[in-house]
Design a protein around this ligand. Structure first.
Ligand SMILES: Cc1cc2nc3c(=O)[nH]c(=O)nc-3n(C[C@H](O)[C@H](O)[C@H](O)COP(=O)(O)OP(=O)(O)OC[C@H]3O[C@@H](n4cnc5c(N)ncnc54)[C@H](O)[C@@H]3O)c2cc1C
Length: 499
């Protein structure tokens, strides 16, 4: 494949639409099978990488503890003092079923779990480095050992930025032709078979890539305010977007136009507590640091000073992806995470000590309320009731679900510490949407099917565009796993299709 000339028709064996984690995994898998692969990405090179660029790089996978992970992770002097509880397939499945209220597709979920570890090892063999995420997923115990929690331990070195840089290096080495500033707009069809992608460029140019197989990896519709309102509901148009502004759902629409069926939950999305002062779309310097994930250690109130979620219902990995929607529903779509001086040192430094963090500090609760514009009587009452309800007889332990609760409505089920030591801290947060859960229907080999369940020849899907895995909530770190497992499958199957 030579250098592209806009407006012309080019040929590849496999064309991948979208250059995030899923698209690159598909491209690598097809290239490894000797196919001519072209990946088209609508962003310019300097802004590429999709949502995958903004991630912490955390990847959920099954494993059997530290000895089992040693061939994947970089050496670390802390390893001898580290406990990573095994994460068997059964637990991954329980987590998927619990977080999605049983709505995860059983076949796709089975593949996701069964191949998670092998797929991480595959990526490692290609040149992506991994490490244990001490700063996010472990607590230092009094005896100077580390205990990991929440079923999530492994992350890409350099986070999402490191992951995307590694993907780009691997693709170059494997001979994948990556073409930036090409926005896929429609699928070309020969009868029922999909045989290429039409694209447009920034200056009105356009072209066609003909291919025996097309892999769709262009993200969900989280960045399209109109589609969010249409499918997620009124108010969602106001959510801030945590990542790329380019995942606008147009390839989802193109696939539906070509006869693809929908799958999964089009009415919910992954959304989190996000700095209320954040820009409308992701910040490529701060990336994931605008998230505020230490809420299980404090309380969260709305503008009236009233609590509205169980902050300690579970480890944050199992609640954070649904609490954004709860914040969106509050007056002004804003909430405040409240901590005192005793708890403040336990908050994640990468987030709460981030440059430009929105933060209010005061010596008294009424003063704190005044500084952040929260109803002072409401906040005073909430804090007093909360402090009185804390089970002080149960020891606080952030490494386990400690049962140190406050029996209120809503309850705080774990990690309830009284808010009584000045100074007091408030972090204003709003809803940050991460990605949408609805997507296209596909079989276990990522082959897209129509409403009758018949495979649409030549069409594959992976990453956020694949529907059926998540609904309402999700276990943290599963998005990258999904892109990895089904991207690899899509690329392999597309390569076989184009042989
Ligand atoms: C701040 C943040 C933190 C996160 N942290 C984690 C984490 O630690 N672990 C985890 O598992 N998940 C995390 N996620 C979720 C994760 O980003 C996604 O699940 C995953 O990266 C999606 O991969 P993808 O390849 O499907 O999409 P993306 O990485 O978004 O890639 C899609 C690509 O398609 C391109 N594109 C869109 N439309 C077109 C078109 N029409 N034509 C051509 N190209 C197009 C986009 O520009 C983009 O580059 C996080 C997300 C965000 C925003």
């Amino acid at each position: 494949m030579g250098h592209p000339t806009p407006g012309t028709t080019e040929a590849a064996d496999v064309v991948v639409v979208g250059g995030g984690n899923a698209g690159y995994c598909a491209a690598h898998a097809a290239a490894l099978r000797g196919r001519r692969v072209m990946l088209i990405e609508r962003a310019p090179a300097a802004e590429a990488g999709g949502n995958s660029f903004f991630t912490a790089g955390a990847i959920r996978m099954t494993h059997d503890g530290v000895p089992d992970l040693q061939d994947i992770i970089e050496p670390d002097e802390r390893l001898a003092r580290t406990e990573v509880p095994p994460y068997p397939a059964r637990q991954f499945r329980d987590d998927m079923e619990r977080t999605t209220s049983g709505r995860c597709d059983p076949q796709l979920t089975g593949v996701l779990i069964a191949e998670s570890a092998a797929a991480v090892r595959w990526l490692k063999s290609l040149g992506v480095s991994f490490r244990l995420m001490y700063e996010r997923q472990a607590y230092l115990r009094p005896d100077a050992s580390y205990l990991f929690w929440g079923g999530l331990a492994v992350g890409a070195v350099g986070g999402g930025q490191g992951l995307v840089a590694a993907h780009r290096r691997i693709a170059a080495r494997l001979g994948v032709a990556v073409r930036y500033e090409r926005c896929g707009v429609a699928l070309r069809r020969d009868g029922t078979r999909v045989s290429g992608v039409r694209w447009t460029g920034p200056d009105g140019t356009g072209g066609l890539v003909e291919a025996a197989a097309v892999v769709l990896a262009a993200g969900g519709f989280e960045a399209a305010a109109g589609m969010r309102r249409e499918y997620l509901g009124e108010g969602w148009q106001h959510a801030k977007v945590r990542g790329t502004p380019l995942n606008d759902g147009r390839m989802l629409r193109a696939a539906l136009d070509a006869g693809a069926a929908r799958a999964g939950d089009w009415s919910t999305a992954h959304s989190v507590a996000w700095d209320a002062g954040a820009p409308p779309f992701g910040d490529r310097t701060l990336t994931n640091r605008l998230t505020r994930q230490s809420y299980p250690l404090g309380i969260v109130v709305n503008r009236d000073g009233v609590r509205f979620v169980d902050e300690g219902a579970d480890f944050r990995n199992y609640t954070y992806a649904r609490y954004g929607a709860d914040i969106l529903r509050q007056p002004g779509s804003v909430a405040y995470q409240i901590f005192d001086a005793a708890t403040r040192p336990l908050l994640r430094p990468e987030e709460y000590d981030s440059p430009g963090v929105s933060e209010h500090v005061a010596a008294t609760i009424p003063d704190l309320a005044a500084r952040c514009g929260v109803d002072a009587d409401g906040l005073g009452r909430t804090v007093a009731e909360f402090n009185a309800a804390v089970r002080r007889d149960v020891p606080f332990d952030p490494t386990v679900k400690d049962g140190r609760s406050a029996a209120l409505s809503p309850p705080k089920s774990n990690w309830a510490n009284p808010i009584e030591t000045p100074p007091f801290y408030a972090y204003p947060v709003t809803c940050g949407v991460t990605f949408t859960f609805g997507g296209l229907r596909a079989d276990q080999n990522a082959r897209v099917v129509d409403e009758s369940g018949t495979v649409i020849p030549g069409l594959y899907v992976c990453g956020e565009m694949l529907g059926g895995l998540f609904s309402g909530n999700y276990p943290g770190g599963s998005g990258l796993t999904s892109g990895l497992v089904f991207g690899r499958r899509a690329g392999s199957a597309a390569a076989a299709d184009s042989a």
